[in-house]
Design a protein around this ligand. Sequence first.
Ligand code: PEP
Ligand code: MG
Length: 325
Amino acid sequence: ELHRLEEFRDLPAATRDGEKVILRANIGLISDVNIALRNGAEGVGLYRTEFPYMTRGSFPDRDDQYQLYRKVVENFPDYPVTIRTLDIGGDKGLPYFSPPREDNPFMGWRSVRVSLDNRDIFRTQIEAILMAGAHGPVKLLFPMISGMEEVHACREVIEEARANLRREGTPFASHVPTGIMIEVPSAVQMAEQLAREVDFFALGTNDLIQYMLAADRNNPLVNKYYDPLHPAVLHALAQVTDVARRQGIGLCLCGEMASDPMNFLVLYGLGMREFSMPAPFIPRIKAFLRDLDSAVAIKAARDVLTLSESAKIRAYLIEVLKEIE
Ligand code: PEP
Ligand code: MG
């Protein structure tokens, strides 16, 4: 099986009828880069930069961050690397940065909210990302966006970072596409307006599912409520996909759900063509894609959107999968 999967590494990801799909890697630590390359990832769709912050004793300075991002970028000369700004809080803590105790950390002071309240740290990270962009195609991604104000605030910090680098005479990328995670339900509702402000959306289903269904992504007691195939989730994903397509902006789904063939079938059928996942799943999805006809997936997605219970959705998809594999 493993051997068969390795054969897929250098083949393009495409359906049986030749529709191309882009499969990128989610990475955190620098060791994930080799795993991504070994599995034939077309670049990085999600670089979780909090990981390098977590393994240190203090905030890395700008040059440390720049060197690290540069190393990642140089490993993918032909493909973009999407670098996400700090997403700490919730389940991800930093040993040297203790946030106040909160009753609801996932709904609390986390992610871009922490960044916006620590402008210097935030600007420094953005400067490092723009500097890395001088060495290859980089995209800049902001997590946990819940509305327009944060997009404007983030853009202001980008402008500060650019002005700073320009003043110093430090080389940096003149154009870095900027995107936001769609992982808070309000961002789904605002997708139409948000799409006019950014170059791309990154669908963060790990959080979107937990926030839509009010089910903690890490709590086994509510695991059955944490359901990627819940009709409400699928309708939200369909809506975001349609907005991105109509407005002609990029869309990449980088939640874990894409690495499961049953989910993938629906996501593809909804119209998504770019995914980012833990790299070891890429060959498996490529193999699945080569047996898949677009028309089958599109029909399946259309059909499941008419169903109002996830048990029925699942049962339906199991039948579709039987025909494919
Ligand atoms: C997500 O929320 O789906 C996501 C990709 O980001 P993270 O898992 O880092 O929260
Ligand atoms: Mg998230």
